[in-house]
Design a protein around this ligand. Sequence first.
Ligand SMILES: Nc1nc2c(c(=O)[nH]1)N[C@H]1C(S)=C(S)[C@@H](COP(=O)(O)OP(=O)(O)OC[C@H]3O[C@@H](n4cnc5c(=O)[nH]c(N)nc54)[C@H](O)[C@@H]3O)O[C@H]1N2
Ligand SMILES: Nc1nc2c(c(=O)[nH]1)N[C@H]1C(S)=C(S)[C@@H](COP(=O)(O)OP(=O)(O)OC[C@H]3O[C@@H](n4cnc5c(=O)[nH]c(N)nc54)[C@H](O)[C@@H]3O)O[C@H]1N2
Ligand code: SF4
Ligand SMILES: [Mo]
Length: 682
Amino acid sequence: MEIIKTDCALCVNCCGIDAYVDKGRLTKVEGTKEHPVNLGHLCPKGERLVEYVYSEDRLKYPMRRDNGEWKRISWDEALDTIATKLLEIKERFGAHALAVYTGSVGVEHLEISFFAQRFRGAYGTPNFITVDSGCWRARILARLLTFGTFPSEDLENTKCVMLWGHNPDESRFPVARQIRKAMGEGAKLIVVDPRRIPLAKEGIHLQLRPGTDCALALGIMNVIISEGLYDKEFVEEWTFGFDKLVEHLKHYTPEKVEEITWVPAADIKRCARIFATTRPGGIVQGVCSLERQKNNMQNNRALAILQTITGNIDVPGGWVSTNAIRLTDLRIPVDEEPMGADEYPLFHKAWGMTTPYGHAMVFPDMVLSEKPYPIKALIVAGGNPAVTIPDSKKYQQALEKLDLVVVMDVVMSETAELADIVLPASSFLEQSGIGDFPPVAMHGLPYIMLRRKVIEPLGESWPDWKIWSELSRKMGYGQYFPWQTDEEMIEMLLAPSGITLKQLMDEPIGLFYTEKNYDRYKKKGFRTPSGKIEIFSETFKDAGFDPLPAHREPTQSPIETTELAGEYPLILITGARSLEYIHGQLRHVPELRRIAPEALMEIHPSTAAKYGVLDGEKVFVETKKGRIKIRAKLTEDIAPQVVSIPHGWAAANVNILTDIELRDPISGYPEDKGLLCRIRKI
Ligand SMILES: Nc1nc2c(c(=O)[nH]1)N[C@H]1C(S)=C(S)[C@@H](COP(=O)(O)OP(=O)(O)OC[C@H]3O[C@@H](n4cnc5c(=O)[nH]c(N)nc54)[C@H](O)[C@@H]3O)O[C@H]1N2
Ligand SMILES: Nc1nc2c(c(=O)[nH]1)N[C@H]1C(S)=C(S)[C@@H](COP(=O)(O)OP(=O)(O)OC[C@H]3O[C@@H](n4cnc5c(=O)[nH]c(N)nc54)[C@H](O)[C@@H]3O)O[C@H]1N2
Ligand code: SF4
Ligand SMILES: [Mo]
């Protein structure tokens, strides 16, 4: 029996695991006790890695769909077919007719995204689209355009946590543990969420109306400034546009904000005082709750400004900028702008920084309308967009229209079902790679470890990086993919970091590559045009957006679109995470399915009573886009006017109800928190 120390790449947490291997077979997994992220704990998903990896549902060989039937084919046939078709498409329609999509797995398992980007560069298409069009990237951008860097929470040293739209007990348990540890040492906790999540019961809960976060943040700032509780010295020396903020906030009195957000004015005042006077404090945001709203970028800016005026930037326990590790950039430049760059210019390019991403939310319309040019092929790696992108019906129509859809996955996902060819990817346990990459793991630790291969690839599956490399060789791009083994590939990626593969091999649980640096601005200033924190953003103004965050009602609003609200009286939030699953993944693991067999809609008992719905009964939920059938779970822990439905369930797919046309005008992120819906008893 051998114990291999590696990390779990099932989700962003990247927990350390001890993998027990007997005669080449994984037999047991335990959490690594000395790993700084999880300290020996595992979530139910991590505990079932053995079942996950050896599941009957694993794709073991390449397959091709012939008249609706899947047929096993060889790698040679699969790659030859794809290569021939792609070269033909490039010849007839130009390289931009191919789009390459990577999903959430391309974030925690970075080789997927790196190699997908290299391939698309070699082929010459600008259209690399990813989950970043709806997750995480907008927050980075909003903070970059405010601070010039990306500071984030430093929970080890904090005295006050404002947990905003985040339920880490389900989605980031190491963070939940850190928060409870801080509270054990006396820290205060304020929770902003339409649901009374477990941590809300341990602190002060502000149960706001979905989609009104920006207004709440402005109301809190109104109190802090009018009561003189802000950090005057820091604000005077290090911020730009504070005077304009003071004027602007006059519109956001606690009483007015109560009307918008449903949070009592007295609670707004109380929390404002606590956050301003209990320093250091840090806002800990969810990852897509504030983002997948119409006010996405402005929500993020508002919280960044709240963090600023309380003097909580670059201090221990506040928000801290940490140098990211440098890895080899595998991108091959493509001059043409990607899809969506014209519609969302700030998302694509600002201050001379260009993202490599096109916008995934414009993809279905572009395919269906063929404007500004036709898209003919899509390769998906590590994503399941047919279920995870809003308006699944439209997405599926778009897939049907394409001449070629290729999906690389470990199982037959709903997107793979719609493909022409599926390629079996090895799971993260079947290859070595770079693990615990900090911007990915998001736990704020500047930490890296070797993700060690635990078992040989199952069946004929290959690691993703090898699939991209072999396909490239078939297409004549072999010179861009000289690496033959996991080890060569890792050495190449690590080259600019100053860390070697040998070093990582010698460190069973990895290493800290830098220290957090506090007071960085005192030495370096802020890397913004004004050299200060941009409370007022000329960049936003020049682009035609509010230079100071302002509340905008959700597109479907009980206040502004009253006629619609008459027809659809409830507010729908989507995508709350549960510990058992990751998006659409892991439904094939029987033990997880036993714990959480199906999708449940959370609804308040008083609301359910109005519709005569009992706990456990099935109901229809309808929006302007569509209808699904789902079982109701009655709970007092949700605001009475709100219902919450998780995503990723094919049989009760909430993205049938969402609308890809509703987006944040700045980032193009979809609005799927705070839609209007109605329910009907069946
Ligand atoms: N187990 C598990 N963990 C995951 C994932 C997973 O699928 N499963 N996914 C990973 C990924 S990719 C991501 S992006 C993150 C997502 O992480 P988060 O976005 O932090 O998701 P949750 O932790 O579920 O917390 C979201 C909370 O926001 C609340 N909320 C909904 N609408 C609003 C609103 O309008 N305002 C406010 N203030 N709150 C609102 C919900 O009630 C919920 O409690 O999780 C990551 N971790
Ligand atoms: N309504 C609504 N929709 C949402 C959200 C929401 O809150 N509400 N959240 C959104 C967010 S934040 C995100 S990040 C997206 C996530 O959206 P996706 O990334 O599209 O969702 P997943 O189900 O995680 O898809 C990952 C796929 O990769 C496969 N896979 C796993 N490991 C590997 C591997 O090593 N190689 C390869 N090639 N494949 C692998 C899995 O089997 C799975 O099919 O969903 C978004 N959708
Ligand atoms: S939280 Fe994520 S990384 Fe940690 S064990 Fe669970 S699935 Fe794996
Ligand atoms: Mo995400």
